[in-house]
Design a protein around this ligand. Structure first.
Ligand code: SF4
Length: 212
């Protein structure tokens, strides 16, 4: 079962009222460092990423800096982060491509972003939304779960969920939707033991297993 447009509007409006300042908790100093932080945040908490990057970004914050560092030094700088071997390689090659093909700029479109190593659709959508102000919705595990539980979507994969959300949610909330739904999933509609009794969208949510 899917929510109709009126119910979807109600749902996102209730989340908007209850969640103050729906923003990324990643700390960054420019478009490039946001991209780096989002790549680092795969399977790692934003708090961990910020702890590591706060020292890195004091000295290294451009594609040229990361290219000059090389894979080994990047690996040493990020070694307390999960999957650091792959992430170090991705950050090095991504920086090299930005330097050589994009005049050191982060592309402002999905097609070019997803060609960068370590950058999938979700990462690209976070970057487009956060630093280019584009009305995109990044579907991570929280957004996927909440959208499918509530009836905002019944998509089988993140891209289907993204397209359904873009279609059903009112335009004025699209820009904020990722953070509103993600934060709701992180703190209330948790994977295990969702806090349905405290949930502000309980009456609208279609989840069969919800606790009323
Ligand atoms: S009622 Fe429960 S399942 Fe539905 S959105 Fe709220 S916490 Fe999630």
């Amino acid at each position: 079962m899917l929510l109709n447009e009126d119910k979807a509007f109600k749902l996102i409006e209730l989340l908007n009222k209850s969640i103050k300042n729906p923003k990324t908790s990643l700390k960054y100093r420019n478009q490039f460092t946001l991209l780096v932080s989002v790549v680092l945040s795969a399977q790692c908490t934003d708090v961990n990423v910020n702890n590591v990057t706060k020292n890195i970004y004091k000295k290294y914050y451009t594609p040229k800096h990361f290219t000059e560092l090389g894979i080994n030094k990047i690996r040493n700088l990020i070694k307390s982060i999960g999957l650091f071997n792959n992430k170090a390689k991705n950050l090095y090659y991504l920086s090299k491509i930005l330097l050589e093909k994009h005049q050191s700029r982060v592309p402002n479109n999905l097609e070019d972003l997803i060609l960068l190593p370590g950058v999938g659709r979700k990462t690209a959508n976070v970057v487009l939304n956060e630093v280019f102000n584009k009305p995109t919705i990044a579907v991570d595990t929280h957004v996927f779960r909440v959208a499918n539980r509530t009836g905002l979507s019944n998509g089988k994969n993140p891209e289907q969920v993204e397209n359904q959300l873009l279609k059903i949610l009112p335009k004025k909330y699209i820009k904020k939707a990722h953070h509103l739904i993600l934060l709701h999933g992180r703190y209330t509609c948790r994977a295990r033991n969702p806090l349905c009794k405290k949930c502000v969208i309980n009456k609208v949510c279609l989840y069969k297993g919800k606790n009323e």
